[in-house]
Ligand binder design. Sequence first.
Ligand code: NBY
Length: 841
Amino acid sequence: VESSIPEHMREAWRKYSPSGFTTKDQFETEIVRHIETTLARSLFNCDELAAYSGTALAFRDRLIMDWNKTQQRQTFADQKRIYYLSLEFLMGRALDNAMLNVGLKNVAKEGLADLGFRIEDVINQEHDAALGNGGLGRLAACFLDSMASLNYPAWGYGLRYRYGIFKQEIENGYQVEIPDYWLDFNPWEFARHDVTVDVQFYGWVNKYTDDEGKQIVSWQDGEIVTAVAYDVPVPGYGTPTVNNLRLWSSKASSGEFDFSKFNSGEYESAVADQQRAETISAVLYPNDNLERGKELRLKQQYFWCAASLFDIVRRFKKTNRKWSEFPDQVAIQLNDTHPTLAVVELQRILVDKEGLEWQTAWDIVTKTFSYTNHTVLPEALEKWSVPLIQNLLPRHLQIIYEINLSFLQTVERRFPKDRELLGRVSLIEESQPKTVRMAYLAIVGSHKVNGVAELHSDLIKTTIFKDFVRIYGPDKFINVTNGITPRRWLHQANPRLSELIASKLGSYEFLKDLTLLNKLEPFVDDKEFKKEWAEIKYANKVRLAQHILKTTGVSVNPKALFDVQVKRIHEYKRQQLNVFGVIHRYLAIKSLSSEERKKLAPRVTIFGGKAAPGYWMAKTIIHLINKVGEVINNDPDVGDLLKVIFLEDYNVSKAEIIIPASDISEHISTAGTEASGTSNMKFVLNGGLIIGTLDGANIEITREIGEQNVFLFGNLSEDVEDLRHNHFYGDYQVDPELQKVFDLIKSGKFGDEGSFGALIGAITEHGDYYLVSDDFNSYTKTQDLIDETFKNQDEWVTKCITSVARMGFFTSDRCINEYADTIWNIEPLDVAEEKQVRART
Ligand code: NBY
């Protein structure tokens, strides 16, 4: 059906096409119109939430006009697009970002003031879009921001979960999970009820030869679930580009089958079908770095991959190109192994639906896909049970076996004498039941595989993917060190610091080219500048202290050293090392006379982060932190010298308050376990220093900002294996200072010695897998050095400024340009003309 307006009527259309507000008066007109009509409220019942909603709708209108133009421009340009497949997009709030990117935040601020509102209060009304667990999901969000800001034609594809990551509450020191129903009012999405895809599950495979003697494979029967597209505009900074994030929502197929059920009186069972279909996109799985093999999760993965691939192929087909040109038009990035079924799905479409030869199709597939690995932890590597796939996706299992057969034949030809190699690299693990190794399938189906920091990329080549480096050669495996968007993580989170930097550099150009920060370095000797710098940090700490008082009832001194560890709670991230260090400090304070105590540097240790609901050890760590806080915060001997805070429900919007307020943040994973880390970059960019192990991106941060500006400690990754071995076979002794900490815990000082016993036992009885005891002395000594250094504020501020000046490398813009050059082979779209049109209007 031809759905576009006839040529001769387009003039009229264009005349009435909206152009959006630019002035304060126009903004006020828009916001009042939205509040009174779209929201059906009036000035007699307009609260901050209504003001937020009206503002969001006004900016959404602006975005959608630019979004439309961007999509037209990209279609017209007819060049390659990048599709970023991620099961998680941890976007946080959108309004502030939209205002910044549209460039009308000041207009909104003044307009809202006219109407009786403070812009900060309005911004704070927004519910975070929390469709992710941690670093992986937030990385996807930073990448979308950079791809739009750099004018890459890019789409994100994900799932529209009804429930994002749970909300965390702390009750009696324990984590409690509350569902995050966030879709009540979401102005940032556009339901595209006309963009749907029917996705098939279960059923059986029919193979036959047709009249012309052609082999036909057809996947029949089973159940159909419909995917409905919801589009979220992704605006770039300082550019007219607004890209698209397409999230799929599941609903029962409106096929005839269901109608007949309704008609034949099976109303209830039809409703049940409906609910079962909607369950697919109902909830984000709350595990980070842990794989649990649940059928519903596999359904989510296929549902999302099938809908996205159908959409991508549909768009390609409109160009009437030959299939061989598919990889020149389409690049698909797999964010971890979660979307690996997309590889199989594309092969299925090309072979079963489009009738291509197996090998022709497979060449297209491998040229299209590339895969990012985010972990070496064995418990996080996805493996799906063969019987599960056989039942849910019978045709896909056949294709996986066929891919495996042809892969293993190639390996056998190249390494004829190495029988064991075949077993090691097979996509199928011969376990009970058999499983599909998704990372191996992702490698075989991709032309490039990347790690997310140098050490991590080296580690995957020498450990988990070693055999594949032998098979494919080293060039297939590359490094792209992670980055963060300076728009959100500097300018939005820390507007005063951004303004101060702009005043020295002469413009905000550094937000587009972060390497310009190096021009700050000469100012490290500028007394006035340093004073302002310190004042801003102090103001940020005062703001956090107010938040702490409001949410925990504990009053902290903003002059104390703020020591922050915020991230998902995980044994490998070693929050337990931090809290044991806190207890060690407490023992030290208690052992001193009141005179001696006066010489100590006051400190506030702040924790935040969620534990996966089924991860008992992580929950025990949270409990211990809270109990230790109760004791220390109420001990009159301690006073301001030490406070321990656990901040509830750490998320993106809270990170924007916490990160600018830190003096020291902790990135203390066992060497070799944290693939990259990205909050380490955010903290340094906001003028905080870090204590860290030689792990992930800490190593590259140190190289960039200089060893004298980082507090490094602990064993090196190359020694971890030997140390672990020694725990069992050497004469193992727990660090004596750590033993005193354990003794205090066991004395019942913090209550509940029962469950805390398991935390201690993991170290004393079960081999201390994460080397807490091995690193304890080095850790506490380094903390002492931090205290000493902090006493000299002038020297401290010099370190902070120097570090910020050298952080240019860690922008996600650099990162995206690297992906574009080395993996996607794609160019940004020229928007110069559009920019001029904008400037004229
Ligand atoms: O990805 C994180 C890494 O731990 C961190 O070092 C890195 O900086 C970041 C970005 O590259 N990984 C991560 O956040 N992973 C998950 O959240 C995750 C979620 C789900 C599953 C596995 C991992 N899963 O199997 O369901």
